[in-house]
Structures are given as structure tokens and as C-alpha cells.
Write a protein that binds this ligand. Structure first.
Ligand code: FEO
Ligand code: CA
Ligand code: CA
Ligand code: CA
Length: 605
């Protein structure tokens, strides 16, 4: 079809050019403001941030480090107010403390880092006539850290694999960390993916049991994986002392922000992996109406895409009663893992180029791994594995059923307008290298530096799907890139897609992490339909060394999390590469930014 230059509704803005500025760069005619950042007050009584005099007690009351996912959940009965829920994924101690000795935190530094992790809930008010939102330091707010008690549910809960000396019942876990992306549920809760939990546990070689060692290895846990060295000060992070503590991380966490005293839940029915996040699609018609489908990706090279299909139906509404019913929905149902088959495998040579007229497309299958029943009983669909083993060692289960090894599955989400599911496959520099899986049609490039985005037409509650690649990212001038069939001379270059979101018009928005094209990471809008399909426009870029995360695309505002500004090789707090957002000679701070259009008129209209 002929190229149409007219942007679809929601994408009518002047694209931001690639750049290396130490700033958030937005389109002409738009405004921005930092909403909240590392160290800002969250709980009443929180002291003002003092970079040179940090304490664990202060950090536990302040906004944490490295904001990733963000979501806005309406506050019941208070018009214009929302809970801003935000993951605080990880800490980089050398950027948090001057004079930090890598690998050798003081106890004070380790405990500050523990308090800087987890999830923040902060009430915000939306301002009339602009897209700005303002945080309110008040009683509705909450900091969830690496120490907050949480409840395990599903088949993994109470199993021998999660029992520890502090929790012999195996049901109460202290804390969450490595919270990367996430999603909101229609019942007013937040889902948060525990991702790179391997970076928190030391002394893997002290585990000598062959089965336990194989399980650690499958999650890439070895003596070198520990980055934070918390095990020096808290024995639960030392695998030699508490070999099961690690099995209590790697889940999807559900948080109810409406009750600041609620106990967050870790849903083992959704499996244990390096969850990028989890997003919800609810079937809206037919016999399965009300069935809840959770999509989740496992972000590591050659890992898989999963979904969970509930057996219970959602109760509509956000009343406390509906919420109580629905929070349990992610405990009962079936967990699946995906395989993808190409329709022209002979054309795939790992170069990313296809013969004229062909496309990257095919069919796929969801393979059941685990079914959990209403009475709590469960069936494994994997020979030789119990339900408890499938729930806790999910990667090993998925290995047995013929799932397709993907190029680092990051965020995956269904478009609310079309139901089509989009997954960002961020990159995989080891594809096709010695001993590793070669390119296939869904992952068509060896040594893939720029990533791709797969579009899936899913039979949401069933086991069949069809798919195609919407984007094969990278330099538009290169032969190994594809922008949905759109004229590549007219697109913004995109590389390393990470988070996906949708605007109210149904356009796909993608934030990037690790741009391999020598410019800063950014946020892009991508048209999905008609003659404009594949039109890709950069809406903003984040400061040097930063990653763009958590995007929220509302009618009147765009919100992004700027993660790890200034995180560049050969830099640290002793030699900062960024001074964003405070300027001058300040240390960089990860922060949440709101962007809106002059006059408060709709984004991209
Ligand atoms: Fe934390 Fe998959 O990025
Ligand atoms: Ca094909
Ligand atoms: Ca991510
Ligand atoms: Ca990433």
C-alpha cells in the first residue's frame, strides 16, 4: 500500500531527533516537569534528601532508586487524585555513594540500598489545564522495600523449596527487589515483575547438591552473579546459609495501593522466572467473557514468553469486594509457554534480510505447564515434574515442552483497542554464536544488537496464535531492518525496545534501553494500522546514560521514568556523567517526568 505521511491521531507531533543531550528532550510545543525522584519525600516526616549524609531510615521514607515501571491508579472517591505506583528496580552503589569500593559495601551502604529497592506508592493530584501531576506526602503513601513482609500464594507456597530458617512454613517472604516492568489490573492493583534476582545472592558454590546446583545454573546464578553483597550483613542472602531464600524471588508481585497496610502477594501460579513484568488482558465477549489473561516475558537471552489464563471470571468494578475476589484470580488457572514457527524457514540465514515479498511471520502454540484448581490442588503438565517444581523452577519445566528461545523477551501487552499482543525482544548478542541457538524467523538475526517487536494475534484463552514481526529495529538505512513496511527514510531510528504501552487511540508506544545507535534512549510512537503501519516517531529522549522506562500515555500527558541517568562506563558518583535533573554540579537522580502539551490539549492531536 502507498505510504501515507499523515500521522494518525495521537502521533501528530514533531519527532525528536537522535541526540546525546544531558536532558529530557521533548517535541516543540510541549512542556515537562519532574514529578518525583530519588530521595524525595514519600512518607510524612521524611527528611530532605542529603546525598552526602544518607541513612537507611531516611531512604525507607523517601522515593527509591532507579524507577522503572510506573502506573496511575485512581484513588477511590477523590476526583483527580491517583496512586502513582512505581518500581524501584535496582541500585548502583558506585553512583549512589562517593568513594564507594566496588564489591565492598559498608553495612550502612548495604542497608541504604535495601531501602532504596522495591515499590513506591505516592498519591498525586492532577492539575486542571495541564498534564502536570503533583505528589502529596500523606498517609496514603507507602514504601515497599527489600524487607517488607509479603505472602506467597499458589503451588510454590509452603513447598519445601521455599522454606527457610526464618520462615519454616514457606509462606512469608521479606521484601521484593529487581522489580522491572509491571502492569495495572482492572481491579485497581499493580503487578510488578521480579527480574534479575540473581544479583542479590552470594556463595552459590557452597550449594553442592546436584539438583540444587542445576536449578541455580538454570537461573544463571553463580559465584559471580552477586552485585550487592548483602549476604555479608544478612545471612539470608548467603546461599551457603539459606539455600532456599533465592527460591522466594522471581515472581509476579501484586500490590493493592488502596490499603497501605495490605500484604503484597507473590503469585507462584505465574511461575518463577526473570519476569520483565506482567500485564492483563480481560476477555470482553463470548463464553470466556471475564476470563483474565496475564502475559509475561522472561528477560534473559534465549528465554521464553509465557501466559496465564484464569479459570475464574473477573468481578467488574473497583469495590473492595470485587478487589478481594479478583486478587485471588491470578492463583487459579493454567500457565503456558509459547513456541513460534516461521512460514519461510528456508529464507532465514541470520542476516535479518528476507527475499522480496516475504515477511517474518508464522504460527505458534501455547504449551500448558501447570494447572491450579480452585481448591488449591494442582496438576503438572510436564513429565517428571511436580506442580511445586513447575511453579518454582519454571524455566526447567518450559525446557521440556518445546518452547522457542527468544531474543530477551521484555514487556508484553495486549492492545486494548485490537486485542493484538506486542512483545519487545530487546536484543541478543549471543544469537548464533558458538553453541547457541541460531536465528529463526521470530528471532531472525544472529548477534542481534538492536532487537525486534513481535505482533501476536492470540486466541487469548486457547493454545493457538499467529504472529509477525512489526519492527526489526536498528538503523533504517541498513538492509537488516524493517519498520512494518513503512518508508524507512521517514522514520525515527529505534533500537533495543524494552517497554510497550498504548495511547487512547491504539498506537503502540515503545521505550528503549541500551540504544545501540550511538544516541540516547527514547520513547517512540508506532502506528499499527493502514498505510501508516510502521510509521515510527520519537517523542522524547532521556539524559545521557539513562534508560527510558515505565511509560504512561494518557490523553493529556505522557509520563516516563528516567532510569540510571549518567550510568556510563568509567563514571561514578566521583565522576558523574550527568547532572540531570538538578543541574550544576549535582549528582544525577533517577526520576519520574510528566510531559504535556502547551495549553493542556491532547497529546499528538
Ligand atoms: Fe529490567 Fe528487562 O529490563
Ligand atoms: Ca515468512
Ligand atoms: Ca525493562
Ligand atoms: Ca532492559
Amino acid at each position: 500500500s502507498p505510504v501515507d505521511d499523515t500521522p494518525p491521531a495521537g502521533m501528530d507531533f514533531a519527532s525528536v531527533a537522535p541526540n546525546t543531550e544531558d536532558a529530557v528532550v521533548i517535541p516543540e510545543g510541549y512542556q515537562q516537569r519532574v514529578v518525583i525522584g530519588w530521595g524525595d519525600a514519600v512518607l510524612p516526616g521524611a527528611p530532605a534528601f542529603d546525598f552526602a549524609n544518607q541513612t537507611p531510615e531516611a531512604q525507607a521514607m523517601q522515593f527509591g532508586y532507579n524507577n522503572d515501571f510506573a502506573g496511575l491508579i485512581p484513588v477511590d472517591g477523590v476526583s483527580g487524585h491517583y496512586y502513582l505506583v512505581c518500581n524501584q528496580e535496582y541500585t548502583t552503589e558506585e553512583f549512589m555513594f562517593t568513594g564507594y569500593v566496588p564489591g565492598e559495601p559498608t553495612e550502612q551502604q548495604a542497608r541504604i540500598a535495601m531501602a532504596a529497592h522495591g515499590i513506591t506508592v505516592v498519591e498525586v493530584s492532577a492539575e486542571n489545564g495541564t498534564g502536570a501531576i503533583t505528589p502529596i506526602v500523606g498517609e496514603r503513601n507507602r514504601r515497599i522495600t527489600a524487607s517488607t513482609p509479603m505472602r506467597l500464594t499458589g503451588p510454590g507456597a509452603g513447598s519445601d523449596f521455599v522454606k527457610t530458617s526464618a520462615d519454616p512454613a514457606g509462606v512469608t517472604v521479606l521484601g521484593t527487589f529487581a522489580n522491572c516492568a509491571g502492569g495495572l489490573t482492572p481491579w485497581g492493583t499493580m503487578l510488578s515483575g521480579e527480574e534479575n534476582f540473581d544479583g542479590y545472592f552470594s556463595n552459590a558454590s557452597a550449594v553442592t547438591d546436584a539438583t540444587a546446583t542445576e536449578r541455580l545454573d538454570r537461573y544463571s546464578v553463580d559465584d559471580d552473579s552477586d552485585y550487592h553483597h548483602w549476604g555479608r550483613f544478612d545471612p539470608r542472602f548467603d546461599l551457603g546459609q539459606e539455600p532456599n531464600e533465592i527460591n522466594r524471588f522471581g515472581y509476579v508481585v501484586e500490590v493493592d495501593p488502596h490499603d497501605p497496610n495490605s500484604t503484597p502477594i507473590k503469585h507462584t501460579s505465574l511461575g518463577r522466572l526473570k519476569h520483565e513484568g506482567a500485564t492483563i488482558h480481560v476477555v470482553s465477549s463470548g463464553p470466556d467473557e471475564g476470563t483474565v489473561v496475564a502475559y509475561t516475558g522472561d528477560d534473559e537471552r534465549f528465554e521464553y514468553i509465557y501466559k496465564f489464563v484464569s479459570s475464574r471470571k473477573m468481578k467488574t468494578g473497583v469495590s473492595a469486594t470485587a478487589r478481594a475476589h479478583n486478587i485471588g484470580i491470578l492463583d487459579e488457572g493454567t500457565l503456558y509457554v509459547a513456541s513460534f514457527t516461521g512460514d519461510s524457514p528456508d529464507a532465514i540465514d541470520g542476516s535479518g534480510e528476507l527475499p522480496e515479498g516475504d515477511s517474518f511471520a508464522g504460527t505458534g502454540t501455547w504449551h500448558p505447564l501447570l494447572t491450579v484448581n480452585a481448591d488449591g490442588s494442582a496438576q503438572s503438565h510436564v513429565d517428571g515434574m511436580t506442580p511445586e517444581e513447575v511453579a518454582v523452577f519454571t524455566r526447567l519445566a518450559a525446557d521440556e515442552v518445546g518452547a522457542t528461545k527468544m531474543d530477551r523477551p521484555e514487556d508484553i501487552e495486549a492492545n486494548p483497542r485490537s486485542g493484538k499482543v506486542y512483545c519487545a525482544l530487546t536484543n541478543n548478542d549471543e544469537r548464533g554464536t558458538d553453541g547457541e541457538a541460531p536465528a529463526d524467523e521470530a528471532n531472525p538475526r544472529n548477534e542481534n544488537k538492536n532487537g525486534q517487536v513481535i505482533e501476536i494475534e492470540d486466541n487469548h484463552t486457547g493454545t493457538d496464535l499467529t504472529w509477525n514481526l512489526l519492527l526489526v529495529c536498528g538503523d533504517p538505512a541498513a538492509a537488516d531492518t524493517y519498520y512494518g513496511g513503512y518508508d524507512k527514510t521517514k522514520v525515527s531510528p529505534i533500537s533495543c525496545p524494552d517497554n510497550v504501552a498504548f495511547d487512547p487511540h491504539g498506537n503502540l508506544w515503545i521505550s528503549t534501553d541500551g540504544n545501540a545507535l550511538d544516541s540516547n534512549d527514547g520513547l517512540f510512537a508506532v502506528a499499527l494500522d493502514g498505510a501508516q503501519r510502521g510509521m515510527t516517531k520519537q517523542f522524547l529522549t532521556v539524559p545521557v546514560g539513562g534508560e527510558t522506562c515505565g511509560p504512561i500515555i494518557d490523553r493529556d500527558r505522557v509520563i516516563v521514568c528516567v532510569q540510571h541517568p549518567g550510568e556510563l562506563d568509567d563514571h561514578s558518583a566521583d565522576n558523574p556523567a550527568s547532572h540531570w535533573p538538578d543541574g550544576g554540579n549535582t549528582q544525577p537522580r533517577p526520576a519520574v517526568v510528566a510531559v504535556w502539551r502547551d495549553g493542556g490539549t491532547p497529546i499528538g492531536a
